[in-house]
Design a protein around this ligand. Structure first.
Ligand code: ATP
Ligand code: CA
Ligand code: CA
Length: 436
């Protein structure tokens, strides 16, 4: 399978930043991983670990290509989160830093955040604003406890929170999180749903140019789309969503969405190359070229099993050379009280990393859904401020319509409940209405 993005190599404008991000992650995460596991304390949630990199290096920090400072926030909390999310510590570092390849998605949203994929497409690095960063640290304990209580949570899985700073450069905050979409499956249609209809439309005319664009609520409704989950999975899904939204409401978060990638089993994988270049994960619908690959878009191949194994060996050796304790000696495992009954990977990511469509009569459907709640670091207060700012600039307020978190969450849940009604049930309801 061929993946596409803008490869960040040494000629790329953001190469040094990407290099520093990865070097910082490699060194600080392996430092934490090398220690014997222990339980978390309250201080762990506030902790930050600073490293200063330079060309010379010292006994604590290996030499690097550039001078920069790196901060690892709450390293022990994230080590435990990664274990809860069932990541293998060596694989995690290998995926991200085994080879210094990222592909950059530029800035798909309005927020100005940059997105980078790990080479194997499993992880996403998203740069975040200082406000989001501060907010994330504030809610970290609530998030952590929620993950413990909700092994099947649909919220973004956060694996690390970091900052890089280059001399005379800006501070860049970023998170590492799960890519909801699978490396091994084509996603044929993508929706980003908020439960709102105001401005939530991707211009259908542009779809021809950009068939893999991320569609929105109105496109969903126009297509009379449904998430077919069958009765049982629907109930599980809505229950989990309720619990997740309850947390978001409590934390006064809004503006999040349910991201849905649909894999059509009939179409399967392996369409022609041109199609593949268009299947770029291209959420904001940034300009795509017609008639073949854009020269800026470097095709990237998913590594074979053999390559991956070789890289894993290399990385372990690298880590060994740097650290007195080899990484494999770490005891990253779930706390005993959680190991039982904790089925991460979980109900919603069970069918080939996704959720197989199910008809009301429990027969399997023709699609696999890859879904989760994303962009969940926007505090109501931040939006309010933004809105104020926009109000001062123009009269067009429809772009940002701040709905208080309670209402936002209720509207979101109502919409998701609506789109998971089975076609049969919808027909019955329709009949009842006609009869009445
Ligand atoms: P805005 O605030 O303007 O919505 P943003 O920069 O905060 O933008 P997000 O909403 O987090 O960006 O994400 C933008 C797009 O990136 C999403 O619509 C989705 O297509 C893609 N995306 C984000 N997070 C993930 C993820 N975890 N897995 C897969 N795709 C993702
Ligand atoms: Ca968003
Ligand atoms: Ca956002």
């Amino acid at each position: 399978r061929v993946l596409v993005g803008t490869k960040v190599d040494e000629n790329h404008a953001n190469w040094a930043t990407a290099y520093n991000m990865l070097t910082g992650i490699r060194v600080s995460v392996s430092r934490t991983n090398a220690k014997l596991d222990r339980s978390l304390t309250d201080e762990d949630f506030e902790a930050k670990q600073k490293s200063t990199f330079d060309i010379a290096g010292n006994e604590l920090v290996p030499s690097a290509k550039y001078d920069f400072k790196f901060k690892d926030y709450a390293p022990w909390v994230f080590r435990h989160l990664r274990a809860l999310f069932r990541l293998d510590p060596a694989d995690y570092l290998m995926s991200l830093t085994g080879k210094y390849i990222l592909s950059e998605l530029g800035s798909p949203g309005k927020s100005g955040s940059f997105f980078y994929f790990s080479r194997d497409y499993k992880y996403i690095i998203k740069t975040i604003h200082h406000g989001e960063h501060k907010f994330m640290r504030k809610i970290l304990k609530d998030y952590y406890n929620h993950v413990i209580d909700n092994p099947n949570t649909l919220l973004s899985q956060f694996y690390g929170l970091h900052r890089v700073k280059m001399p005379y450069g800006k501070k860049i905050h970023f998170v590492v999180m799960n890519n909801l979409f699978p490396p091994h499956k084509d996603i044929h249609t993508t929706f980003d749903l908020k439960g709102s209809t105001i401005g939530r439309d991707y211009r259908e005319e542009d779809l021809e140019k950009n068939p893999r664009a991320t569609l929105k609520d109105l496109n969903w409704l126009r297509r009379k789309r449904r998430l077919e989950l069958g009765l049982q999975k629907r109930q599980l899904f809505l229950q989990q969503l309720q619990s997740d939204v309850k947390l978001l409401q409590k934390l006064k978060i809004m503006d999040y969405s349910l991201l849905i990638g649909v894999h059509d089993l009939q179409k399967g994988n392996g369409e022609n190359l041109r199609d593949k270049t268009l299947q770029v994960f291209n959420p904001g619908g940034a300009a795509q070229t017609e008639g073949g690959p854009d020269p800026n878009q470097v095709l990237m191949r998913t590594p074979s099993k053999l390559e991956s194994a070789r890289k894993a060996r290399e990385l372990r050796q690298m880590v060994k050379a740097e650290r007195p304790v080899p990484m494999r000696q770490t005891t990253d495992r779930m706390p005993d009280e959680l190991a039982e009954g904790h089925s991460r990977g979980g109900v919603f990511y069970n069918d080939d990393g996704g959720l197989r469509a199910t008809h009301e009569d429990n027969t399997p459907g023709e699609e696999v859904y890859y879904l989760g709640v994303i962009d969940c670091l926007t505090h109501y207060g931040m939006i309010k401020k933004l809105e104020h700012f926009w109000k001062g600039l123009s009269s067009d307020r429809t772009q940002i319509s701040a709905l208080p978190p309670e209402e936002y969450g209720d509207r979101f849940l109502k919409f998701m409940s609506g789109i998971t009604v089975s076609p049969e049930e919808a027909a019955r309801e329709q009949n009842d209405r006609v009869a009445a």
